[in-house]
Design a protein around this ligand. Sequence first.
Ligand code: PGA
Ligand code: ZN
Length: 422
Amino acid sequence: MKITNVFGYQVLDSRGKPTVAASISLEDGTSHSARVPSGASTGKHEAKELRDHQSHLAEQYYGGNSVYLAIENINSKIAPEIVGLQSDLESVDQRIIDLDPSPDHSLLGANATLAVSLAAAMASAHAKKVSLARSFQPDGNLLLPMPMVNILSGGAHANRTLDIQDVLAIPVGAQSFTEALSWIVAIREAAASMGREAGKITHLVADEGGLGIPFDSMEDACIFVMDAIESVGLNVGIDVALALDVAATQFFENGLYHLRTEGESYSAEDFVDYLNGLVSNLPIISIEDPFAEDDWKSWAAFTSIAPKDLQILGDDLLTTSASRLKTAISERAANAILIKANQNGLVSATHQVLKSAQSQNFATVVSARSGETEDSWLADLATGWRAGQIKVGSTHGSERNAKWNRLLELEATEQTEFSRPF
Ligand code: PGA
Ligand code: ZN
């Protein structure tokens, strides 16, 4: 079915910051629109998000964060190339690559390219008369992902109440997505009451909907979440295990890892040992960004000594980039990759990175950003791509729950099975 119109416009994300939306109309009169997310603890190697800071288009009320340049690129450069094409994701993405062959999409802005690419994916599913998830896997059971859910927030998302960015819970023993989510909600609410009773909550809801509670150490934060799990009658390690997003780039300076709440600074070698002790002594089954985005040596050292079944997940390290994934595989610097479409800039290229990771036995976790919108396409991508795992933040905030709710809908309406990767 032919594309008849394409346009971009500015909307707000969950933090009140401008972001890019794009809409694609088809010859049957339908329109398909998508909004792009945006990060706060953004990796240096991510595709380039275009904002108006230095431009004459900068909107003063948004402090330079407006995205009119990116929108102008959609309307004046991308749209004329795409109108008249068939609504096929691969052909739309190829046209965008022809216009902007830079690996980081810095010519058009990765927020401009991704908005159009996502709208094209949705239009393409509509033309096939299937859901977005189903458009990627025509036959067989779709694979609903195991959620990895934020309970405590720190780092850049909660005014650094904790050095690390997230303590998360993974409902490894749940038999369905519906059951998994109900456990998580109970745990998060129990943790909120425990924090309130202790008079400790400073940010009731952080950027990703988690709780901002100050702790003296990572270990104390983990024990608090373990207590919350037990308080609702679930077994730590059997029903629900822990995961960390250390987001270590945020506290790596001059070759040292600075844990401010613990009042300690570690050399890279010592931080490898420190984290290995932590994951060996606690029911932590996944650790994200344990080291800084270019500290390959520590990643490789840690991967060689950490418990064999630990998931070592690269976010800022890998930035959903095919070439950085290749390096990680050859250096044995991780065993799992976080997949964020806006780190890459195109839907089909993001899918390609996920497929090459899976072919090398890397686990894949499709992830939202701290700046999200009400869109739920992420749930369909994770399911249709058979990622196996998803990370969306917590269970507060409609921008988070839109994704969980879409997974509940997929479980209720499509032929699915639930992924149990641990
Ligand atoms: P970000 O955080 O979206 O602010 O980068 C999410 C994450 O680190 O996984
Ligand atoms: Zn991360």
